[in-house]
Design a protein around this ligand. Sequence first.
Ligand code: PEP
Length: 252
Amino acid sequence: MRKNIVAGNWKMNKTFQEGIEFAKELKDVLANEKPNCDVVICSPFIHLASLATILEVTEIGVGAENCADKVSGAYTGEVSAAMVASTGAKYVILGHSERRAYYGETAEILKEKVKLALANDLTPIFCIGEVLEEREAEKQNEVVYNQLADSLFELSDEDFSKIVLAYEPVWAIGTGKTASSAQAQEMHAYIRSVIAKKFGNEIADNTSILYGGSCNPSNAKELFSNPDVDGGLIGGASLKVNDFKGVIEGFN
Ligand code: PEP
């Protein structure tokens, strides 16, 4: 059966020291109250090795927010999937709308990143979602279908089954404007139907599809109660331990 997952995305926040402090605090908090879902922290590259060491004995996973689309070589400033894996991280967010919009990440580039992440035993948390104009034009299904098809449809069944998806309507990210519970369920059910058609019912049933976009302690429970919403990718509310804990408690 698919897993329920709450994954934090720190984005470009937290100094090294702040990140370490957060991990230690979260470790203590979750040792006292066992979560009813998998918990992952995705951080900037600089934190990864230390977070992985601090959280090694816990069930809290660590992930990167990106990785390179090349194996190695003269790509100044880039960090490869192998480097991410060598820190002890197990996940990597790929295709976040901020990477697509601000850093020109195309479907082709993301296809390469997914391949390299999988080759290095990282679980991609692959983000898809429409912008406001697309939602207003009722094109959200078409947009999401194309994002899936263009980057993931060439994967084998075995490789696709290692992917976690995150539906993140771009208009809901960091805006305080959450998709309604019904909108989230409708899209997640659609995504699962697309996967079923392409990869079969069993893989579709086993794929975790997270919701992302202004998810916080006060709306997490309702969002997560939908049958096709298997958790959340959490930006703003992953920056404070109490808020993140509140989101995790959406599964209580
Ligand atoms: C995100 O960046 O993935 C995200 C969901 O952000 P926020 O929770 O702040 O909307």
